[in-house]
Design a protein around this ligand. Structure first.
Ligand code: COA
Length: 203
């Protein structure tokens, strides 16, 4: 059976050197989301160097290990979320009370939660057909689980453009919308004025 291999960007740089890695990343294509493409090409290495986020590359490997293709990547960052009590269920509110702080003045929970900051398939050479979004997202949430297994925590979140196909993809994978964030001035590669924020409680 063909399998997926996950390689941490940092380990790849140690092994191959930065120039070679940059050249590999320069072939990553994501026409459906330019932010995803530009991040891996031009920002992931610097963000990693500054410990702002960490990126993992996902490769598809053939049975005989002769073929190996970059099929996608995800990036995780350490963050927290502010969640309005009115936007979540009672069960979720209880969980947030357990893991975070409640601010009565704003009726918000402040909870530490890793952010899946980037996630995308590589559309170059049809590599996107070798992996499903569900598998890629599962790998990203498993990474968060590994981290939380060491330091605690149960929540993970992400932000996406207000597009039905993206929202139904995340809903299908157990994420629930909890708010929206106005785009920063420098977030010019994304469409719309806001990003929808979605969270998941990891069991
Ligand atoms: C999001 C993603 C991982 C989901 O993978 P998947 O479940 O295997 O789904 P597919 O790639 O088959 O896409 C499903 C549909 O969503 C659409 N879609 C995917 N990304 C989209 C985007 N950013 N904007 C608009 N539509 C998008 C596809 O065109 C496709 O539409 P179709 O059914 O009409 O053909 C993958 O589509 C992807 O890498 N998209 C580009 C990067 C991206 O937008 N990442 C999310 C950042 S929040």
């Amino acid at each position: 059976m063909a399998e997926f291999v996950q390689i941490k960007l940092n380990n790849m740089i140690s092994e191959l050197g930065e120039d070679k890695v940059k050249s590999i990343l320069s072939s990553f294509m994501c026409p459906k989301n330019k932010d995803v493409e530009l991040f891996i090409r031009y920002k992931a290495i610097e963000f990693s160097r500054q410990y702002l986020s960490r990126t993992t590359l996902v490769y598809w490997k053939s049975d005989d290990e002769k073929e190996k293709y970059l099929v996608g990547y995800y990036t995780v960052a350490s963050k927290h979320i502010c969640v309005c009590k009115d936007s979540i269920s009672n069960t979720m509110a209880k969980r947030m009370g357990n893991h975070g702080t409640f601010r009565p003045d704003t009726k918000e929970y402040i909870v530490p939660a890793p952010l899946i900051a980037q996630l995308g398939k590589n559309y170059a050479d049809g590599n996107n057909y070798l992996i499903s979004g569900d598998d890629l997202l599962q790998m990203a949430t498993n990474k968060v689980k590994e981290i939380q297994n060491e330091i605690g925590g149960r929540f993970v979140y992400l932000e996406c453009e207000e597009k039905e196909k993206l929202l139904s993809f995340y809903r299908r994978n157990g994420f629930t919308p909890f708010g929206r964030r106005k785009l920063d001035r420098d977030e010019t590669d994304l469409e719309g004025e806001y990003l929808i924020q979605l969270l998941k409680y990891l069991k």
